[in-house]
Design a protein around this ligand. Structure first.
Ligand code: HEM
Length: 339
């Protein structure tokens, strides 16, 4: 696990403050009521409770940050950032987001439950589950080593929890591991995120693990390839993946590191891996074979520090998608159920 490196300089501090101010202003202009420090009066310990909880889980399982980053992404892309992904099924609504195929492998629910339990004890009915998801993802990124110019990575709060959970909505909004650049750009565009932010956020695939089923199509019977292997894969890497995910009847639970060299560190390796043919999904590989996304990916290889900064900003943008308000939202008492 990598930690934040502190290299504060006056210039970096000024740049950071300007960027943070612009992000905040953008959120206000969009009519969103989230801002940094929303709980300063109502629950001053809110952020530290979430941070402490994430740290505890991370000390037991260093894949915790990966789970939490993916949880935020999958929450925000469906019904906005409203913790709808946390809702359990009910007799009235059996087909929930959790049952959508991209969500079957989403993890981290117990981290949010634990943080919520502690927050309800400290400040009853105050901190939304949606804010816990956003803060936990931020904390995960920081714990895994995201270096925001050595400065604190702020996350606005004040989200409301939603009351709607739909499997169909999740299946259509979430990208697939087989998506092409056009599809990815359009799905992120639908959520107000630019192609550059899509490329930046994809760098999250520098931590965490994936199940064989999500990339087996690249290892065997790949259309048009004489040896059946996706020719954009590095041959030695492909052979290693074939050993980990044998043809036929692989163990459904086998997982492979998204970044072989530093699987627990938020660094810019994803981009060098991509150019070396060492990323797992067809959707990832596509970014390295398209003129525009290749260009931005190359900038991220060359300047890891800038990618860190861009990632922090893009994460805040993603965490502000389609927010609920007091009319269609609530602060849930239990993150798995509407009130
Ligand atoms: C660009 C479109 C994206 C696609 C198609 C995609 C697809 C996937 C797939 C198929 C997995 C493997 C899941 C499994 O087998 O268990 C995965 C894992 C992961 N994704 Fe993405 N993803 C995308 C974008 C993102 C974004 C924007 C983030 C966060 C900012 C993210 C964070 C992660 C993380 C951290 C993991 C590892 C999860 C774990 O270890 O449990 N992904 N993604």
């Amino acid at each position: 696990m990598g930690g934040l490196r502190y290299g504060r300089s006056t210039t970096a501090a000024v740049v950071h403050i300007v960027v943070a101010t612009l992000v905040l202003q953008a959120q206000v202009l969009l009519g969103q009521d989230i801002f940094v420090g929303f709980y300063d009066q109502s629950c001053p310990q809110a952020e530290s409770i979430v941070t402490q909880t994430v740290k505890e889980f991370n000390s037991q399982d260093p894949t915790t940050p990966a789970a939490l980053l993916r949880l935020l992404f999958h929450d925000c892309f469906v019904e906005g950032c409203d913790a709808s992904i946390l809702l359990d099924s009910t007799p009235a609504n059996p087909n929930i987001e959790k049952m959508a195929s991209p969500n079957l492998t989403v993890r981290g629910y117990e981290v949010i439950d634990k943080a919520k339990e502690r927050l309800e004890a400290a400040c009853p009915q105050t901190v939304s589950c949606a804010d816990i998801v956003a803060l936990a993802a931020r904390d995960g990124a920081v714990l895994a080593g995201l270096n925001f110019q050595g400065l604190p990575l702020t996350m606005a709060t004040g989200r409301w929890d939603g009351r709607v959970s739909s499997m169909d909505a999740a299946n259509s909004a979430l990208p697939s591991s087989k998506s092409n650049v056009q599809q990815l750009t359009s799905q992120f565009g639908n959520k107000g995120l630019s192609q550059d932010e899509m490329v930046t956020l994809s760098g999250a695939h520098t931590i965490g693990k994936a199940h064989c089923v999500n990339f087996m199509d690249r290892l065997y019977d790949f259309p048009g390839s004489p040896n059946g292997v996706d020719p954009t894969l590095d041959p030695a890497y492909a052979a290693q993946l074939q050993a980990q995910c044998p043809r036929g009847n692989p163990n459904q639970n086998t997982v492979v590191d998204l970044d072989q060299s530093t699987p627990f560190v938020m660094d810019n390796n994803y981009y060098s891996n991509g150019f070396a043919g060492k990323v797992l999904f067809g959707s990832d590989m596509a970014l390295f074979h398209d003129f525009e996304t290749q260009f931005t990916s190359n900038l991220n290889v060359v300047n890891g520090m800038t990618w860190n900064q861009k990632f922090g900003n893009a994460l805040a943008q993603m965490a502000a998608i389609e927010l609920k308000d007091e009319f269609d939202g609530e602060v849930r008492l239990n993150c798995r159920r509407i009130n």
